[in-house]
Design a protein around this ligand. Structure first.
Ligand code: NAD
Ligand code: UFG
Length: 343
């Protein structure tokens, strides 16, 4: 059974492709390499022992996406493709509205056109949403019925796409959509062959810490130590990308077997502070991670972690891997590939 992964060469897509193969699916990857590298395809072949079908192109190109869907006839689509840098989205809002919202519209229209010609299978989609749709939550842990808001164009684009999917499912009962709100994905495949390869200076904590440990950056800036949290630094729900990948397999299986749409949090249900991450990474790498306390970063919230009970109930999925394992795998990837896929 084929599953199409838009953005399949990216960080989460590549790990999900491996998990899908292990679960007996045939992933078909689609990507324009805007934020990924063709080398990932060789790495995936080394991990899985097979060459995955790959389609290079832009999800904004609706007729081409239709053609891809007609040729491969996937049982479902996982839509990862999009831009994800919060700071860049503030500077370049139209880029985010165009690629994220425009990309989703394009994919959905292509799926709808193919379904109209062949109504024998229900259009089935898993969408990569984000805990960013909860804005600054009033309390933690966060359940799926918390109010949604946005603080930047990236988050706004995810909110609009979620609303679009709700409207589509209301208008077209045949559609089956699983919306996955990821918390903070980190770590890498245990082989060290695939991992997160941010372009330029990393915005996110774990890749930044990894670059400090490997000696590429002098020190970490800890953005604020005066938050109302146990050690004053920001607290997040870090989730191993391998657990996240397993969540996608569970989501596609649930959509195919039960046929009901859902929205679920994918998180561990517990939070770690910035200084917890620093200490865990030092332990995993055996290297020091020097840091300085810096001012708060605009737009950051004090704490954010998931109530993952709904995912457990609906998908039978739970995160299993610890912060120590996240750091150990991130370090194996970073130390074996100090320059990412660029070699
Ligand atoms: P990523 O940048 O590594 O992967 C996205 C992939 O999509 C890249 O390979 C990129 O080349 C491709 N792409 C972008 N625009 C495209 C287009 N128009 N046509 C074809 N391909 C295109 O990002 P990721 O971390 O793997 O994230 C995947 C999804 O999960 C994104 O939608 C992101 O917003 C969402 N998400 C990520 C995080 C996170 O922290 N990594 C958190 C919450 C949600
Ligand atoms: N942090 C630092 N120094 C850094 C980078 C981050 O102290 O150099 C701190 C932040 O202030 C925050 C924590 O580390 O307290 C985590 O920051 P990240 O940038 O790694 O993650 P965010 O929680 O800010 O955001 C990430 C993604 C969003 C996504 C969100 C979902 O970037 O796209 O997780 O919870 F929406």
């Amino acid at each position: 059974m084929k599953v199409l992964l838009t953005g399949g060469a990216g960080y989460i897509g590549s790990h999900t492709a491996v998990a899908l193969i292990e679960a007996g699916f045939e992933p078909v990857l689609l990507d324009n390499f805007a934020n990924s590298h063709p080398v990932v395809l060789d790495r995936l072949a080394r991990i899985t022992g097979q060459t995955m079908p790959f389609e290079q192109g832009d999800v904004l190109d609706t007729p081409w996406v239709e053609d891809v869907l007609r040729r491969h006839r996937p049982v479902g689509v996982i839509h990862f493709a999009g831009d994800k840098a919060v700071g860049e989205s503030v500077a370049l809002p139209l880029k985010y509205f165009h690629n994220n919202i425009g990309g989703a519209v394009s994919l959905l229209r292509a799926m709808e056109a193919v379904h109209a010609q062949d109504p024998s299978t229900a259009p089935t989609l898993v969408f990569s949403s984000s805990a960013t749709v909860y804005g600054d939550p009033a309390t933690v842990p966060i359940t799926e019925d918390f109010p949604r808001s946005h603080t930047n164009p990236y988050g706004h684009s995810k909110l609009v796409i979620e609303d679009m999917l709700t409207a589509l499912c209301a208008a077209r009962p045949a559609w089956r959509v699983g919306t996955l709100r990821y918390f903070n994905p980190v770590g890498a495949h245990p082989s060290g062959l695939i991992g997160e390869d941010p372009a330029g200076i990393p915005n996110n904590l774990m890749p930044y810490v990894a670059q400090v440990a490997v000696g590429q950056r002098e020190h970490l800036n800890v953005y604020g130590n005066d938050y109302p949290t146990p050690d004053g630094t920001g607290v997040r729900d870090y989730i191993h990308v391998q657990d996240l990948a397993a969540g996608h397999v569970a989501a596609i299986q649930a959509l195919l077997s039960r046929g009901e749409s859902f929205t679920v949090n994918l998180g561990t249900g517990s939070g770690h502070s910035v200084l917890d991450v620093v200490r865990a990474f030092e332990k995993a790498s055996g290297r020091p991670v020097p840091y300085r306390i810096a001012p708060r970063r605009a737009g950051d919230v004090a704490q954010c972690w998931a109530d993952p009970a709904r995912a457990s109930r609906l998908l039978g999925w739970q995160a299993k891997l610890t912060l120590d394992q996240m750091c150990a795998d991130a370090w194996r990837w970073q130390s074996a590939n100090p320059n990412g896929y660029k070699g």
